[in-house]
Design a protein around this ligand. Structure first.
Ligand SMILES: *Cc1c(COP(=O)(O)O)cnc(C)c1O
Length: 494
């Protein structure tokens, strides 16, 4: 399988090159030139496999350069019991006759980012071997809270890599921040940015396109790569769990083979829901793709009007990993929905950079609305949804609550009774403050004490690694102005 740039489809790279580079030099995102198909027979075969085997099989379809034994080893390492605290890795929780919640937070950092970031370092190491790259990869990450920790956990002490994470100083939860600043490993660095997530992400993009800086780093023996969801190696492992969840419903005799299932995904950078779209493109019977946003509802408007307009107020919400106004991965969807029109994608991205706005063609808008539904959820509704589901016996985090609410809205609005899965992207213990308040408890002062408080109140056990944050040494205190991120990179790679 070859990969092309969304801004220049004549530019072709192997999977190993695409994963090593992260982002194409022209600013485009690497995207497979075509989608391998997944037949009904293959879905049946996958039903008989454990998660790690399903993962190796599905990813193998996009990665012919990698040997099957190698992929099997990688997925065994990534999704083993020492890393994931649930034997099914990504289990479904049944809510009612036609609704399930897909729990993607059983990995080491308690957010769905682990699903991909336990795999990516292994894919990258193998890609460095395949491409003969001798320089050290410096992974630059802009995080809205969860990616940074999950990436460091995946890359800590991995040979021939260093990783530097930038997070918005006041844009992450206290638990998320503690998870990051206590990270161990000789090759990791963490720095707060005075600004919001878009500022941090723009800073990282700016550094990537700075040719002079690249040359300077090359002289020091480094090249830059990305662990954000712009990297194909992040998207691919996420395609797996949509297929796996479908298999689990089949195994439980909840659906028949070929029957459509709707998926509702809490969305920020559009990576997770894009992976679901790609599963659909492979032939998985996905019905509607429901894109759930918080108050930062730029995607809801886009799906409803065909106009993407980031010129609006930025809201800091209780679901910080979705506080994003520029959803990078939308570019991959635009490329696909325009029938691979790289010129048009370039034009839209140019307009987005210049004016913060673009409008897609009527044809694209029609295709978009056939596949996607967009909805958003206010802070009050998020809290009320957590409270309601808790009373019903299921504790969820703030991001998951957005998805649960938007799925309910979708069903009310359309009357669609198709079986549906909403995606749970983080453990409620990453957001104790908001979750406790939502269920009518007053959070105690100290953020780490809140973990024990929530366990006491709810009787739901906290993930062991979050509980263990107490007493960990704080290793990182760096803060930077958003304009000065380059200097932090040069300092880190001295
Ligand atoms: C990253 C994240 C999201 C958003 O996922 P995207 O792939 O960026 O759309 C949602 N919820 C949580 C908990 C996250 O960490």
């Amino acid at each position: 399988m070859e990969y092309l740039s969304t801004r220049d489809k004549t530019l072709r790279k192997s999977a190993a090159q695409a994963i090593t580079m992260g982002l194409s030099r022209d600013g485009g995102l690497f995207t497979p030139v075509s989608f391998p198909s997944l037949s009904a027979l293959e879905v049946e075969t996958l039903c008989g496999m454990p998660y790690r085997k399903r993962a190796a099989y599905v990813m193998g379809k996009f990665l012919e350069q990698f040997r099957p034994e190698e992929l099997n080893l990688f997925t065994k390492n990534a999704y083993g019991p020492d890393r994931f605290d649930h034997p099914e890795v990504a289990p479904l929780h049944k809510m009612d006759k036609r609704t399930w919640c897909l729990e993607l937070w059983h990995g080491p950092t308690s957010a769905f980012k682990d699903m991909a970031l336990q795999m990516l370092p292994q894919l990258l190491s193998a890609s460095l071997r395949l491409t003969g790259e001798k320089k050290t990869a410096c992974i630059l990450v802009a995080t809205s809270g969860d990616t940074g920790k999950a990436a460091m956990e995946g890359f800590a002490n991995v040979d021939q890599t260093k990783i530097l994470v930038f997070y918005p100083e006041n844009g992450v939860s206290e638990i998320q921040k503690l998870q990051m600043v206590t990270q161990e490993g000789g090759n990791v660095g963490v720095c707060a940015v005075k600004g919001n997530f878009d500022d941090a992400q723009n800073g990282v993009k700016r550094i990537f396109s700075d040719e002079a800086l690249r040359e300077q780093l090359a002289e020091r023996g480094y090249f830059l790569s990305s662990a954000n969801s712009i990297n194909w190696g992040r998207i691919l492992p996420q395609v797996v769990y949509y297929i796996s969840a479908y298999c689990d419903l089949l195994n439980a005799h909840e659906i028949k083979l070929g029957e459509p299932v709707n998926y509702c995904v809490p969305t920020g950078n559009f990576g997770n829901i894009l992976a679901c779209y790609y599963a659909k493109r492979m032939g998985l019977p996905v019905g509607k793709l429901i894109c759930a946003s918080n108050r930062n509802d730029v995607l809801t408007d886009f799906i409803r009007t065909g106009i993407y307009d980031r010129n609006r107020e930025f809201h800091t919400t209780m679901s910080p990993s979705m506080d994003i106004l520029i959803s990078s991965n939308l570019e991959r969807l635009l490329f696909d929905m325009s029938g691979g029109n790289d010129e048009l994608v370039r034009e839209y991205m140019g307009q987005l950079a210049d004016t913060g706005r673009y409008e897609i063609t009527p044809g694209m808008k029609k295709r978009l609305q056939e596949v996607f539904y967009g909805g958003f959820c206010s802070e009050e509704e998020t809290a009320a949804t957590i409270d309601m589901l808790y009373k019903y016996g299921y504790l969820i985090d703030t991001h998951t609550a957005v998805a649960a609410k938007v799925l309910t809205d979708y069903r009310h609005e359309t009357g669609d009774k198709t079986p549906a899965i909403f995606v749970s992207t983080a453990s409620p213990y990453k957001f104790c403050d908001s979750v406790l308040s939502s269920i009518g408890e007053k959070p105690v002062e100290n953020s780490l004490e809140r973990i024990a408080q929530m366990e006491g109140v709810t009787g739901v056990a906290a993930p062991a690694r979050l509980a263990a944050l107490k007493g960990k040494e704080i290793r990182f205190h760096n803060v930077t102005e958003k304009e000065l991120m380059e200097e932090k990179v040069l300092e880190f790679l001295k």
